[in-house]
Design a protein around this ligand. Sequence first.
Ligand SMILES: N[C@@H](CCC(=O)N[C@@H](CS)C(=O)NCC(=O)O)C(=O)O
Length: 74
Amino acid sequence: MYKLYTRPNTGGFVVEAALALAGVAFDQIDVPKSDPPDQAFLHISPLNQVPVLILPDGSSMTESAAICILLAER
Ligand SMILES: N[C@@H](CCC(=O)N[C@@H](CS)C(=O)NCC(=O)O)C(=O)O
């Protein structure tokens, strides 16, 4: 199962749309923008940026363009 970390009204919608168009099942976690940043999320995204996609093998990707290319290839 894919897991998408995103925030409302951000570029994360691009990956959300790509997953939806591909018909891929995924869990979506909306990460609140907080100050100070959420420490647990910083372990996943050191720049505190979304989107982050966790792949079924547990690895992660943080660049939306790269994520879209990977999903298209798959
Ligand atoms: N290169 C990244 C850029 C990601 C990015 O800039 N994300 C913004 C939202 S669209 C963000 O999380 N900004 C919060 C911050 O930088 O603190 C990508 O395209 O995936």
